[in-house]
Design a protein around this ligand. Sequence first.
Ligand code: TYM
Length: 381
Amino acid sequence: MAETGSKTGDFKVTPWEVKGDIDYDKLVQRFGTEKIDSKLLERIRKHTGELHPLLRRGIFFSHRDLNWILDEYDKGNKFFLYTGRAPSGPVHMGHLVVWQFAKWLQDKFDVEMWFQFPDEEKFLFKDELTLEDTKKWTYENALDVIALGFDPKKTFFLIDTVHAGLMYKEACKVAKKLNFSTAKAVFGFGDDTNVGSIFYTAMQSVPAFLPSVIKGRNRPCLIPAAIDQDPHWRISRDILPKIGYYKPAQIHGKFLPGLGGMTEQGKMSSSEKNTTIYSIDSEKEVRDKINKYAFSGGQVSIAEHRKNGGNPDIDVPYQWLTFIEDSDAKLKKIRDDYVSGKLLTGELKAILIDEINSFLKEHQKKREKAKSQFEKFVYKC
Ligand code: TYM
């Protein structure tokens, strides 16, 4: 099972469940990935000019074969990006953070993005969703992706049930090399798992080599995503060379916590309405959820807070700012003021509310405009 425990055995990371206080160093060891070190950061910076805040702050922290991707890029063999979203409900801030980073990679390296919407995934894995629901969420979620500004000439949406004619044949090639025992070991499937769920990982492998199939030559693939998706890539990396393609490379991000905090609630998740900020939330919903549910590292009284200060390391609003505030100087001042007791919990929450609401105001306008662009992004066979 793609699951791991901390010293007290209390965290879990699978593509379908993330829980507990994650020890990311331990996760890297268990998953067998590599940490992004300062040498690799410097190598990226040489290409990009500046480092994205999520790289500077160690939020995109782990990788597989990123040095190889850059070696090939330096030789003129450009990679393509591949990421995705399994439509099951509205997009939340955790998704947006990953995709903003992916868009930055697209801009800086001037590369294609292949974006998968596996509209069968959550249908197969969740009892309550119909294929009509996931079709609706595919369109709604795609608007968020478009709103982030991906280049329409270089971005291609693959929707599993729409592009089945193109993808199924390739998925069969992967599935033929995947034993049930491996799928069980990687994903923890049991005798009661439906066979669609067991096959599904083959479909998630396809976009990692489909652009190579289409071009008729092998092309390097880089996948930016949070680290929960890594079990799928272990399978892709094992099988793709056996069917004639490169192993896909990855760059892994940490999870944006739910408003209740990582320990209590785990990563932000679409199904937890009160502790999740969605891209379509109103200003009032954002304000109310953060004020009511965001876990605070502040003290119980103002007097005590002024005296002892707050703890930013467990404070969810502060953690969130490390994901979304661009300015290092502003972030440092917030941290210092919070630790010293100068900045109160309510004031810290107000900073976060303002930042999210001003971002969402613009995002929601762009999302409306995206409605006329959707067809342009869907890959034409
Ligand atoms: P899904 O729809 O659960 O999530 C979409 C993307 O968002 C990331 N993510 C998060 N990142 C930071 N903080 C969080 N709280 C958080 N929650 C989710 C996920 O890592 C993912 O990158 N099986 C996939 C869909 C998929 C895919 C892909 C994802 C198909 N092909 C290729 C990445 C790359 C899924 O269920 O993602």
